[in-house]
Design a protein around this ligand. Sequence first.
Ligand code: PLP
Length: 437
Amino acid sequence: MNKNELGVHVLSPENCDIDILDNGRTVKDVIDNKIKELGQVDNEEPFYVANLDSMYERHLRWLANLPRVKPFYAVKCNNTAAVLRMMSALDIGFDCASKGEIQTALSLGVTPHKIIYAHTTKPMSHIKYACAHGVDMMTFDNEDELLKMSLCHPKAKLVLRIAVDDSKSLIKLSSKFGARLVSVGKLLERAGELGSEIIGVSFHVGSGCTGGSAFKQAIADARQVFDIANLLGFQMRLLDIGGGLSAIGDFQGKFEEFSVVINEALDEFFPLDCGVQIIAEPGRYYVESAFTLAANVFAKRVIFDEMDEDSGNRTMMYYLNDGVYGSMSCVVNDPAHSNLEPYLHRVVDSSEQRYRSVIWGPTCDCYDKITDGYWIPELHVGDWLLIDNMGAYSVSVSTDFNSFERAHVYAVVTISAACCYGDVLRLVSLVCSEALF
Ligand code: PLP
């Protein structure tokens, strides 16, 4: 490992894929340079710049607002190695939903007890893999799963996921997962017969949650389940309040607002001295604002008003090299984040005329539409568009449909942030440490 002129550890590209920004370089400089570099080699691949500082800031915000709740990052949300290494360096746990996600976390040096296998319906081979690798904490919500786990991982520490009111969430999960309160008693009795160890309760209020009262009600419901389980002789010691938190766009300020509700509910139903560990499974909250996507306009069509070609009325159609089948599936899958607002990388003069524009993704499919009726200055083939807040459910959900390449991720940590944060230097060396590879 080398040191730069400030005495900071700077990893050479051979052993670290995280660029440590020094000499006043900014994320914008990285984007500008990358675009220039790509132009020089006649390549216009889409790419992300991932600003790890943003995740660190989110973590500090989490600690300040939810001091009792230990985060277990939901790997499904963004499984980029640099992101996972950052989470690991911050001593965050991991919520894994499959054998593959567990493998990835373990390969980064994460210890098994920092992993919760948070999927209520698991293939037997995945449960066996978790068992063989010391991942004991896992969720369930039905009797068949209890049976599978007692066969494949008899020593598992089980967390019962309950269905909660998700009517205030844009993405509802309780229609697919979670035991209803009325069935909890029977399920726990069956667990007792099978000799399973139940240690706690989990829930997920749904993603894009718009009302904090959902958390309060879910925590109250979890208390009821704790009481039933305690009566049946289980030693309940874990409450998992799931994910669903966001702090961008319409959700600005909601994180702090919901934190107040969560803390009050925890104090009421699970007071500090009750001996219950509180964890959560945040995904989007940690990564949403960290990623900026850069995509290239590789084709363009101008559609004139058929009735009156001379009027000059026209719609611009632009074709980007990334779209709904790549980084932007949120346009169709994620009501909390379906209005993307790409902006031009080049400087735009405020006097430039704006045209009604439709922006399409690169594939042959007509569902691959990014925005419609968007009023922007005229773009040209070769222009680059940027989209902020692209960290959640982008990289991990993208496909290479039509064999268009997935966007590459370039991760950065700024040196100025490192100086402000004080112990980030230690953090940076941890994030980049070869020991974690
Ligand atoms: N935990 C579970 C079990 C989930 O299904 C999800 C998302 O689907 C998450 C956590 C993360 O949710 P979010 O990214 O909204 O925080």
